[in-house]
Structure formats: C-alpha cells, structure tokens
Design a protein around this ligand. Structure first.
Ligand code: ACO
Length: 278
C-alpha cells in the first residue's frame, strides 16, 4: 500500500493500491461503531478523495472482525442527550455523509462487509454502488431490539434496496442475517468465504478502476439522479450528461472506443481493450 501521510485520522485508515482507495473504519475495540468524530473525519476524507488521483474506486471496510456496529449508541444517544446543539451537528453530519456525500460520490464505491453490520451501517451498504459480504458476516436491522426504529436515513435507504417483505421481516424482528442471506435477498451483490473477501473485492475494484473515469462517473449519475425524475426530464438530463461526459473525456469514446472497434482492434461486447490481446 502506498503513501497515506495526508490522510491522518483517529477513526479511519486510508490506503491506496493501484488506483483503489481502501478506507477502513478503524475503531475495532468498539466494533467500528460510528461516533461523531468518525462522522467528521469521514466527511473530510470523502471531500478530499473526490479529487484524489490515487482513488479511482473507493472500497469501504471495517478493521478487525466487524464491518460497522451502526451508530455509536453511547456517544450519540447517551452522552449527547442533554446537548441539543452538539447532537444536531453530529446527527446532520452522520446523515449527510452516508445519504448524500457517499451516494453521490463521483467515483465507484464498494462496501466490503467483513463482519458485523447493524442498523446505521446498512446505509453505508446502500450508499455504495456495490457490496460484497463475508458469507458468515452477521448483519441486521437491530433497532427494534433496543426499542427504536430504523431512523435517520436507514428506513429511506432500505426502501431503495430491499423488497418490502424483506424490510418488514428484518426490521420488525431485528433478526440477524448472514452475509449469504444478505446476498440471497439482494442487500449485497454476493457473499464469499471470509478468507477470500479482500482479494476478491480488490480484484473487482481494480477491474472497475481500469475503465474510463468519466464513463464510470456518468454510469452512476444517470442511474442515481434520474431515479426520481419524470421521463421527459430524465431524457433531457441524459442529453446534458452526454455532452458533459464527452467534454470531460475529450471524445475518447468516439476515438479510442468506437474507433478502435471499427478498426477491428477489440470487441466491446467481450470486454475492454484488454480483450484484444486474447
Ligand atoms: N455503539 C457503541 N458501542 C458499541 C456498539 C455500538 N453500536 N457496538 C459495540 N460497541 C462496543 C461495546 O459496548 C463494547 O464496548 P466496551 O468494550 O467498552 O464494553 C465493545 O464495542 C465490544 O462490544 P461487544 O458487545 O463486547 O462485542 P461482541 O463482538 O461480543 O458483539 C456486536 C458485537 C454483536 C456488534 C454487539 O456489540 C452489538 O450488538 N452491538 C450493537 C449493535 C447495534 O445494534 N448497533 C446499533 C444499530 S442501530 C443504529 O445504528 C442507530
């Protein structure tokens, strides 16, 4: 892993490897629960990583045996209960980085769910474009177990990802599920044995990092941004996005993309330029 001097945090580790940024929630002694400090630090990190050349794809994971045990219940709900201004700030930061900054991040994102993943941590999974879990990871909408409901951005974000029956089953019972079940219900893309997780996800991230950055950005934007638009507005948006995209990449899709196909250098249906070598 390369230089990470500029990213010096108490609750996060930021590492770079071959175009991939591995961002690790780093409070293993608290099962990587998200406290207010983590909210502030990850907001800062995401802001900087937007324009970081070493980050073409962002992978988020947790230190130790857990991905993330949700909100830090003690620091948020107990220690800030009589400090409304501080609670308001911490709450807004917590909701904003997952619900907006991460979801609208300009580069592809992958949640590598290496273990425990509860409550608020589901919004990291939803906020990332892709998610891969360890088969034996324990995941759950545990709020009901401590007399709460999936508040903040959890309920809203689950509406984007889960079938209604699955949301109701797991939120009303608080029952934990394995990473394998999370894959079966579409909460993550797939689950694999824990000892293969990191290599698999890093290979996936590198595969994506090799694609055109502007096309990757537009691929996410067209999907996320047009989801709530009327058809006509979405078509207008798609036209503007195409102009932005071709300007951003200096027409590479015509010259190197379609041009090389027409020159019989590769077949896009079978992969990128690398398949020309096969
Ligand atoms: N908030 C604050 N502290 C936490 C959290 C949390 N969400 N999760 C774990 N910790 C702390 C524990 O209090 C403990 O601290 P201590 O060592 O100072 O006593 C430490 O992390 C280790 O926790 P254990 O429970 O001992 O670890 P174990 O591996 O046995 O269990 C598990 C892990 C299953 C994650 C358990 O800690 C747990 O159920 N945590 C709560 C999960 C949860 O429901 N999160 C809230 C979701 S809802 C929301 O995000 C709003």
């Amino acid at each position: 892993m390369g230089d990470s001097e500029r990213y010096d945090y108490e609750t996060l580790l930021v590492e770079f490897d071959d175009g991939v940024c591995l961002l690790t929630l780093n409070r293993p002694e608290k099962r990587n629960a998200m406290n207010p400090t983590l909210g502030e630090e990850i907001t800062d990190a995401l802001e900087r990583l937007r324009n970081e050349d070493r980050c073409r794809v962002l992978v988020i994971t947790g230190a130790g045996e857990s991905f993330c045990a949700g909100m830090d219940l003690k620091e948020f709900f107990i220690e800030l209960q009589d400090k409304p201004a501080e609670y308001d700030r911490a709450h807004r930061v917590a909701v904003e980085w997952r619900g907006r900054t991460l979801r609208l991040f300009p580069k592809p994102t992958i949640a590598m769910v290496n273990g425990h993943c509860f409550g608020g941590a589901f919004t990291i999974v939803e906020g990332c474009d892709l998610a891969v879990a360890a088969e034996d990871a324990k995941m759950g909408l545990s709020e009901i177990n401590f007399k709460m409901f999936p508040g903040g951005s959890v309920g809203k974000s689950m509406g984007n990802l889960l079938r209604p029956r699955d949301y109701m089953l797991y939120s009303l019972t608080g029952r934990p599920m394995t990473g394998q079940i999370a894959a079966d219900i579409g909460l993550v893309n797939y689950a694999i044995p824990r000892d293969k997780l990191r290599d698999d996800v890093m290979a996936l991230a590198r595969e994506i990092a090799d694609k055109d950055p502007s096309a990757l950005q537009a691929t996410r934007e067209i999907y996320r941004n047009s989801m709530d638009m009327e058809w006509d507005v979405a078509m207008d948006y798609a036209s503007s996005l195409q102009s932005q995209h071709t300007a951003r990449q200096a027409n590479a899709f015509r010259e190197e993309g379609i041009g090389d196909f027409l020159d019989k250098k590769y077949k896009p249906g079978l992969g990128g330029h690398e398949n020309a070598k096969k």
